[in-house]
Design a protein around this ligand. Sequence first.
Ligand SMILES: NC(=O)c1ccc[n+]([C@@H]2O[C@H](COP(=O)([O-])OP(=O)(O)OC[C@H]3O[C@@H](n4cnc5c(N)ncnc54)[C@H](OP(=O)(O)O)[C@@H]3O)[C@@H](O)[C@H]2O)c1
Length: 204
Amino acid sequence: MRLAVLGAGALGSALGQRLVYRGWDVCWGVRPGDEGRHSHLAAGLVYAVSEAVARAQVIVLALPAKAVPVVIGDGRAFASRVVLDFTTPATSDLSCTSPPAEGSVAEYIAARCPTALVAKVFTSMGAEVIADSNLDVRPQMFVAADRRATYEVAERLVEALGFEAVRAGRLRQARLLEAMGLLWLRLATVERRGRRIGLRVVSY
Ligand SMILES: NC(=O)c1ccc[n+]([C@@H]2O[C@H](COP(=O)([O-])OP(=O)(O)OC[C@H]3O[C@@H](n4cnc5c(N)ncnc54)[C@H](OP(=O)(O)O)[C@@H]3O)[C@@H](O)[C@H]2O)c1
């Protein structure tokens, strides 16, 4: 099962490299013409977005939320793919979420790609922590999806990263996970708690 990570920034690099280390078949999708700009990633595994999507069964979206409509287009290239959306739509001042009319970025993707299996994944931590293999606490990632098959792929990925998957309900709950993404970002930056914080479910 080949996985394409769209976006080779902080999150896309950390996620993809960790999965490569765990033996997954990963490639990256970047802007056309930018393939040579990402020498920190495994050589020969960086393609233009359309080529990476064509080569993979599972697509990870590690892009700015505003780039999603550009990359998804009419959705046809994503037919029958599993699409795992890690984006956080937020206003530039981080005062609130800025979701599309569908309610969340993940629901926007599902509306454009009706045959795709779409999940929202909230990382609950920053890319720096994802890249770190020496953690005292096993981090959690939250997943929302409509179909069991989608959950199974998302949970395999989260567990391959060494993290615990937490089910958050149906894809409609993606809007809650996107709001949690903004909460994390505000705590880390505006409230100055630093980027090594995480959010998790605890029992008392
Ligand atoms: N970083 C984190 O800790 C973290 C954690 C959880 C969730 N997220 C979410 O993950 C997403 C990515 O965050 P990030 O921190 O990795 O951002 P980033 O470092 O800015 O990386 C974004 C990447 O997307 C690429 N990109 C933008 N528009 C594109 C397009 N139209 N086609 C192809 N590639 C495009 C950028 O390429 P260029 O450099 O050429 O613009 C860049 O490589 C965001 O939605 C963010 O909210 C991030």
